[in-house]
Design a protein around this ligand. Structure first.
Ligand code: NAP
Ligand code: FE
Length: 366
């Protein structure tokens, strides 16, 4: 047996975990840049809790709150300029995956001023600023991953910087912040976590340790997604989703994402489909193809979801995703030509051809 397990992030989970562990910020630096989106962190209490904890710890801070959903290179460069001007020595990302990934990119670019081509080459000479993460969606797991997914308008795709130096030093998971997340966004982000657990289990980098995390995450997500077909979302369900998405983040931190994410990105770039939803739309057809060669692995992860077969998962996804987007011939060709170049393809248990990708888009989005 061979495996590597590396997760250098201190994870604090539970209501009030920022206030109760405010001293952690003193270990990261003396002046922080808070990186967040325009609105939600101000409404759900997360930004206030961080600012109060910083003030209590006598740490100065500046705020960059212009992060867009699916942040672009230009977006994170603007944030890095502010980090340099304000002379901060650590970064705190607050929000969904977009602010968390932006915080990582800003922490890199603040000390390594590169142009966009060089940024994605993933080679950094200077150290990165320490990063703390406060997720307010339950989906991406970015608080425990070494990835920063940034939109590159030049290549018309979402690209990934994958580097151990951007693992957050600390992550604070308080499900109260996710209570303001609308139902649709809760479903889409939960499906992102589902795709991390499933793809991680079906990655050729999966190991005994990532399998345990993937199965536990799948177990929690299977029941959570069924509960999300109901009317209301309890706080217990919010906590379960946040925990499961963090576990799924730990999975992909080790296995990487696979063809499903690579195929979802063009749907987000060109059709503005939410990231998790994009994965969910394509998941059944992806599983059907993997199932041909790796039925045992597919069955194991489907059973961990508490389901008998991939058709049962399809029925649940269909009920959560409602009316599906459609794609035309030109779009299928374009998306396939972009997805086939993605780095993540090499992580997939089965190698997908252009014809198979074409088939997945066609069958999923008709
Ligand atoms: P997001 O793009 O971060 O946020 C989507 C929307 O939700 C924004 O409008 C945001 O508003 C709002 N929002 C966030 N938290 C909220 C809350 N608690 N209450 C109400 N509204 C809230 O969405 P996401 O799905 O979490 O992240 C997607 C990004 O993560 C994609 O770029 C994806 O590629 C990336 N990702 C990264 C990893 C990784 O390992 N690094 C893994 C998977 C996905 P504001 O703008 O006002 O905050
Ligand atoms: Fe994802």
């Amino acid at each position: 047996m061979q495996f590597k397990y590396f997760l250098p992030t201190k994870v604090f989970f539970g209501s009030n975990c920022i206030k109760e562990n405010a001293g952690v910020f003193n270990t990261l630096g003396q002046k922080a840049l808070i990186v967040t989106g325009k609105r939600s962190a101000k409404i759900n209490g997360s930004q206030r809790d961080v600012e109060e904890a910083l003030s209590a710890s006598k740490i100065d801070f500046a705020v960059y709150d212009n992060v867009l959903s699916n942040p672009t290179v230009e977006n994170v460069m603007e944030g890095a300029d502010i980090a340099r001007k304000e002379n901060v020595d650590f970064v705190i990302g607050i929000g969904g995956g977009s602010p968390l990934d932006s915080a990582k990119a800003i922490a890199l670019l603040a000390k390594n001023p590169l142009d966009s081509d060089d940024f994605f080459k993933n080679s950094f000479t200077n150290p990165v600023l320490p990063i703390a993460a406060v997720p307010t969606t339950a989906g991406t797991g970015s608080e425990v991953t070494p990835y920063s997914v940034i939109t590159d308008t030049k290549s018309q795709n979402k690209l990934n910087v994958s580097n151990e130096i951007i693992f957050p030093k600390a992550a604070f998971l308080d499900a109260r912040y996710t209570e303001a997340l609308p139902k649709k966004a809760t479903i889409n982000t939960a499906i992102d976590a589902l795709s991390h657990a499933v793809e991680g289990y079906l990655s050729n980098r999966a190991s005994v340790s990532s399998d345990i995390l993937a199965k536990e995450s799948a177990n929690l997500l299977g029941s959570s997604l069924k509960e999300l077909t109901g009317e209301s979302i309890s706080f217990e369900l919010r906590e379960k989703l946040l925990y499961a998405s963090c576990l799924a983040g730990m999975v992909i931190a080790h296995t990487g994402c696979t063809v499903l994410h690579s195929m979802g990105y063009p749907l987000t770039f060109f059709k503005n489909v939410d990231h998790g939803r994009a994965n969910g739309l394509l998941m059944y057809e992806y599983l059907k193809l993997i199932n041909i060669e790796s039925e045992k692995r597919v069955n194991e992860i489907i059973n961990s979801l508490g389901m008998k077969n991939i058709e049962e998962l399809k029925a649940l996804l269909d009920s959560l995703l409602n009316d599906k987007e459609t794609v035309n011939e030109d779009e299928i060709k374009l998306y396939t030509s972009i997805a086939i170049k993605a780095k993540n393809l090499s992580n997939t248990l089965k190698q997908f051809s252009c014809q198979e990708m074409d088939h997945i888009y066609r069958e999923s989005l008709k």
